[in-house]
Design a protein around this ligand. Structure first.
Ligand SMILES: Cc1cc2nc3c(=O)[nH]c(=O)nc-3n(C[C@H](O)[C@H](O)[C@H](O)COP(=O)(O)OP(=O)(O)OC[C@H]3O[C@@H](n4cnc5c(N)ncnc54)[C@H](O)[C@@H]3O)c2cc1C
Length: 303
């Protein structure tokens, strides 16, 4: 079935009846930037519910799986599709040094679960403020480790509702990339760590926490790294070189602490933040001849 989808009321009326909640919400509440218009949010109750929804929704409705919104900028006009949130997908299972987890669990929760079971290799996840689904898709990483290092396999559905299991080889991970972003909704994953000692794991996690607090504006309304690091460069150094540290547009600022972070100072619109990012991108291109590519996912309509 195809429908003309002009507004969210038309879309919501066309959706299949599900066990999980479907509601219209201010998306600003679901994202770290705390900006953005309204959207339809579907929280499937379980895998069957998600499968039913995907198989029975009109084919031209856009969907966006959202985790904790720590790498997402929703535009001020809201999202003209359906946001899928897996907050009910939070089971975990530990066996030896293997952890299986629902995609809705936060990275921090899984890092702590590993620590409490004397499993090392998950420490880097403790500082990444997203959830497991986002970590897989972004191949999130920090302090020399990334998600692909511990990844064994993941389960999910394609956007037509077909169930998939994907191995590490199939995912084809690279820097902040896997081959299945934007076409699979991951529901669970299995990771493999190594035997470790709780005290040492805890110490490492605390060191990461201190280092992060000193180098990133983690208490601010931000979206993490705005741009991918181009080959052989660091995005923050390029933005610093063109003298944009601290630059303000409206209520948005380039972080004084870390130039690759945009900050909502309190009154920013999504448009302010995007314009500021575009200014950095264009200035780096015109003055240094280097292309910056957005790492942050920008979704939805302009106001
Ligand atoms: C203060 C701060 C510090 C950060 N530091 C780091 C860092 O050190 N390293 C790093 O890599 N990142 C960092 N980030 C960025 C961000 O936390 C990561 O990219 C994180 O993995 C995103 O997870 P999320 O759940 O918030 O994803 P979202 O922002 O919700 O979504 C990001 C992408 O993942 C997709 N996605 C989310 N869940 C699913 C799912 N279940 N199935 C399919 N697709 C899904 C979305 O569609 C989107 O494409 C930081 C962000 C902030 C705000």
């Amino acid at each position: 079935m195809k429908l003309a989808m002009n507004n969210i009321d038309t879309i919501i009326d066309s959706l299949p009846k599900t066990k999980g909640n479907i509601q219209i919400l201010p998306l600003s509440k679901l994202c770290w930037f705390r900006v953005g218009g309204n959207g339809i949010v579907f929280s499937p109750s379980d895998e069957n519910d998600l499968e039913y929804f995907l198989k029975n929704k009109p084919s031209n409705i856009k969907i966006y799986p959202m985790g904790l919104g720590s790498n997402t900028l929703v535009r001020d006009g809201g999202y003209d599709g359906v946001i899928i949130r897996l907050n009910n997908f939070n089971k975990t299972c530990v066996k030896d040094t293997t952890i299986s987890t629902g995609a809705g669990n936060s990275d921090l929760k899984i890092a702590k679960l590993a620590m409490n079971n004397n499993i090392s290799g998950f420490e880097f996840l403790s500082g990444i403020p997203g959830c497991i689904g986002g970590a897989i898709v972004m191949n999130a990483g920090a302090y020399g480790n990334e998600t692909s290092d511990i990844f064994v396999s993941a389960q999910g559905f394609d956007y037509q509702g077909n169930k998939l299991t994907l191995s590490k080889e199939q995912m084809n991970f690279s820097y902040r990339h896997c081959d299945y972003a934007n076409n699979v909704i991951f529901t669970s994953a299995t990771f493999q760590g190594k035997i470790g000692k709780k005290e040492e794991i805890n110490k490492k996690m605390q060191e990461i926490n201190i280092s992060r607090t000193n180098s990133q504006p983690i208490k601010s309304r931000t979206g993490g790294s705005t741009f991918r690091n181009p080959d052989n460069y660091k995005a923050w150094e390029l933005i610093d070189q063109v003298n944009l540290r601290g630059k303000v547009i409206g209520g948005a600022q380039i972080s004084e602490q870390h130039c690759n972070f945009l900050i909502n100072q309190g009154s920013a619109t999504s448009y302010d933040l995007e314009q500021l990012g575009e200014l950095a991108k264009n200035t780096v291109k015109s003055e240094l001849g280097i292309d910056l590519n957005w790492e942050i996912k920008r979704i939805g309509k302009y106001e």
